[in-house]
Design a protein around this ligand. Structure first.
Ligand code: GTP
Ligand code: MG
Length: 259
């Protein structure tokens, strides 16, 4: 149906019903990770699930919720800047190395653990920290958030970025377009319809280089990844949370069909 989510049958098979599901919330700076953790965890609780939250962002001043485990109890980017006399980027890289070395909290007797990840996605994704941390959990998946208003003319780059996370972390990754509340309903519908019918991009005569590249990329990528849906959500209003929960159920129950 839609093309920005990736599946692996083998991975589905590794998540057993009844087990704790570890959900890593990834995404570029400001895409809404922390607000999503705050409001989606509350939504899950209201649906009767036992939930824990983990803040893995040592640079955040206030994530907006009270995590059950907070990396800032061990170190902060600001503390490392002082301790090692580093600038913000050097301290961020050092904090990623420390993050990869610490023992991750393991919660039992809960349904979902939501991990909020660093605002700076690149060092988390491209410097081993993310892969090392995530690989400590066998029952896991990622939600890759994008800022829809910022991306609406550039959804293919979002697809490729989410694909990079899937490739790098070797973990089921659901691409999610956030902040849909900031768009007009008609714009949301137009994007939803485009995502539901990506063939439109293939059949339409390209009117510029971007459209030509979109069609070529889509054609090639469809050979490797089955089409999947992309939820359009709002971490602020809760729009689309039900759909995310349905997708998580499908992964957790090893139903294997996310379409
Ligand atoms: N309108 C609207 N604003 C949102 C939504 N999600 C997040 N925001 C706002 O976007 C800004 C960034 O949100 P955060 O939750 O801090 O994003 P983040 O990805 O955790 O940011 P970093 O950790 O700094 O990368 C805040 O002002 C949020 O209130 C949303 O769905 N709708
Ligand atoms: Mg954050």
């Amino acid at each position: 149906m839609i093309w920005v989510s990736f599946s692996s049958f083998l991975f589905y098979a590794s998540i057993e019903k009844g087990k704790v599901m570890n959900i890593f919330i990834l995404g570029p700076a400001g895409s809404g990770k922390s607000l999503f953790v705050k409001n989606f965890s509350a939504y899950l609780v209201s649906e009767g699930y036992k939930v824990r939250t983990v803040n893995l962002d040592p640079g955040v001043l206030d994530p907006g919720y009270s995590p059950d485990f907070d990396i800032r109890s061990m170190f902060t980017v600001e503390g490392i800047m002082r301790e090692m006399n580093l600038g913000p980027n050097g301290a961020m890289l050092e904090s990623m190395e420390r993050l990869a070395r610490i023992e991750m909290p393991k919660f039992e007797d809960v349904d979902y653990v939501l991990f909020d990840t660093p605002g700076q996605l690149e060092p988390f994704l491209f410097r081993d920290a993310g892969r090392i941390i995530i690989s400590k959990f066998s029952d896991r998946c990622c939600l890759f958030l994008g800022d829809l208003p910022a991306l609406k003319g550039n959804l293919m780059s979002f697809y490729l970025y989410a694909l990079t996370a899937y490739y790098t972390l070797e973990t089921e990754t659901i691409a999610v377009l956030n902040k849909a509340d900031l768009l007009k309903e008609s714009e949301v519908e137009e994007i939803r319809s485009m995502l539901m019918n990506p063939k439109r991009l293939l059949t339409k005569k390209p009117s510029n280089l971007r459209e030509e590249m979109d069609a070529r990329l889509l054609r090639s990528l469809r050979l490797f990844f089955p089409p999947k849906r992309v939820p359009l959500i709002s971490a602020k209003t809760g729009m689309g949370f039900e759909e995310i929960l349905t997708i998580l159920h499908e992964i957790k129950c090893a139903c294997g069909d996310l379409t």
